[in-house]
Design a protein around this ligand. Structure first.
Ligand code: ITT
Length: 204
């Protein structure tokens, strides 16, 4: 039996939604939720991300969607923190410049032009809000380096420039099976499962 009968993935980002679908479907016995719903398929809602941390923004998103739908909602607020840029783009990763994901990745490469230190990490805060029951927040990280150029086409956002530690290819080259086992999002989701005593078996 599943822990939840329905779960709204409280995001407007289809890339995040697809990753959650894969991460959740890899929980042991698929026992987290019976049905996974992409929030925009259920209702129209734009949430202002006015928080000062990933956790605050994740709570704003999950609570707004829970209020709107009355259903359990899982949100994610995340970003890429680059050491040489003092943690930028961080909380502002989605809105640092106007343009496509590839434009943003190109912006990052030009900001890092000439820097030897290319260390970076992805951070994610997840918020699971189950109406009238509980609200849980966890964080997860994935450490790596920024590539010299964009490589690969899988995933979304900064995936074509992020090389996770232990690999030589970018997330966009490695593909979803590997990414969804080691990502900041998968690590934060494992913590939710641990808190709720749901067995996890996220495979590579
Ligand atoms: P929602 O708020 O609707 O969930 P969003 O894309 O605006 O969608 P965020 O405000 O959390 O979400 O911004 C996160 C940004 O950080 C995202 O748009 C990417 O640019 C980047 N990012 C986060 N996780 C990433 C990942 O796994 N791969 C690549 N880029 C990622």
């Amino acid at each position: 039996m599943s822990l939840l009968s329905k779960l709204i993935i409280a995001t407007g980002n289809f890339g995040k939604y697809k990753e959650f679908e894969q991460i959740i479907n890899h929980t042991a016995d698929n026992n987290f939720t019976h049905e996974i719903i992409f929030a925009p398929d259920k209702a129209k809602l734009i949430v202002e991300e006015s928080g000062k941390s990933y956790a605050e923004n994740a709570m704003l998103k999950a609570r707004a969607w829970t209020e709107k739908t009355g259903l359990p909602c899982l949100s994610d607020d995340s970003g890429l923190e680059v050491e040489a840029l003092n943690g930028a783009p961080g909380l502002y990763s989605a809105r640092i410049i106007k343009g496509t994901d590839r434009d943003k990745a190109e912006w990052l490469l030009s900001e890092l032009d000439g820097y030897e230190n290319r260390k970076a990490r992805f951070s994610a805060a997840l918020c699971l809000c189950v109406p009238d029951e509980y609200t849980l927040v966890t964080e997860g990280y994935c450490y790596g380096t920024i590539a010299e150029s964009q490589r690969g086409f899988d995933g979304f956002g900064y995936d074509p420039v992020f090389i996770p530690d232990g690999y030589t290819m970018t997330f966009a080259e490695l593909g979803s099976e590997i990414k969804n086992n080691i990502s900041h999002r998968a690590n934060a989701f494992r913590k939710i499962c641990r808190l709720l005593s749901v067995n996890v078996n996220i495979k590579a």
